[in-house]
Design a protein around this ligand. Structure first.
Ligand SMILES: [Zn+2]
Length: 281
């Protein structure tokens, strides 16, 4: 039960493919012998390394590490080569003592392991930060959506309140909209001097595909043009409720209200026969 498993600290370097042949063979033999701790560490290291391709290109620390590593490699190579290493005196710093034991001249595994650990740490930090940024962004998006939904509900509530007020207030002017042609139903409109016009109906037939119902205000005066107003579609049960808070014309100046079926988005001029109409005054 030796707590210091010498192979454990080779795992990260191994996952990065940074071990030399001897170390690799020894570690693989150790893994084949069934060390659970190393197997688990290898799994984690491989997973982290797999994130490398995804995160490393933009991770600045890894660039810095690469530079540092290259410097060390050159220094090591210069020192190990011995003979023609007539370059700058800087090569001597890393050389002494270190490679005395082995003639491999390779970068010692502990350095690889340190670099690997640093690299993995920076990769992991970057990855973790990205994940957190993503989570924060998602949370913000969710909050924005909820806020928008709440605003919509509030708007809808205000509208419903206004609709009710207009329909209930005895001061509202009642306008019966008589159906023509294929729509003999009667819709009811109520116009309140302050709160606007509200149109209400039951069992209203659904307009054709890509079509809507559009309200028109027909002003008094000879040859006055119908003024386009809002569009609406009845719900699935045929219930229709429309609030026009700001009618395009004053009540006193309006002769009649009319409803036509128009292409989606409404028209500037009625293109279809009038389906319902009613006199205002
Ligand atoms: Zn082990």
């Amino acid at each position: 039960m030796n707590s210091t498993d010498q192979f454990r600290e080779l795992i990260e370097a191994y996952a990065l493919g940074a071990l030399d042949a001897d170390e690799r063979a020894q570690l693989e033999a150790h893994l084949a012998a069934g060390c659970a701790e190393c197997a688990k560490a290898l799994e984690e290291a491989r997973w982290l390394v797999s994130q490398l391709a995804y995160t490393a290109p933009e991770a600045e620390p890894s660039e810095m590490l690469k530079g540092r590593l290259m410097k060390t490699v050159r220094a090591e190579a210069g020192a190990a080569g011995g003979g023609p290493g007539t370059g700058s005196g800087g090569a001597g710093v890393a050389g002494t003592g270190m490679q005395a034991g082995s003639a491999k001249g390779a970068i010692p595994f502990w350095m690889w392991a340190a670099v690997a650990a640093l690299l993995l740490f920076s990769v992991y930090s970057t990855w973790n930060m990205r994940r957190m940024e993503l989570q924060i962004r998602e949370a913000n998006d969710r909050a924005a959506t909820l806020l928008a939904e709440r605003q919509k509900m509030q708007d809808r509530l205000v509208m419903a309140k206004k609709e009710t007020m207009i329909m209930m207030d005895p001061a509202s002017h009642k306008i019966a909209l008589w159906g023509e042609h294929a729509h003999p139903e009667t819709l009811e409109a109520k116009w309140h001097a302050e709160w606007g016009l509200c149109v209400e109906g039951e069992k209203v037939p659904m307009p054709a595909k890509n079509h809507v119902l559009q309200v028109w205000f027909i002003p008094k005066g000879e040859g006055a043009k119908p003024m386009p107003s809002m569009t609406v579609t009845p719900d699935a049960s045929g219930k229709l409720m429309l609030l026009i808070s700001n009618p395009p014309e004053q009540m006193d100046n309006t002769k009649a209200i009319a409803i036509t079926e128009e292409p989606m988005g409404g028209s500037g001029w009625p293109t279809m026969p009038i389906l319902w109409s009613g006199n205002v005054t």
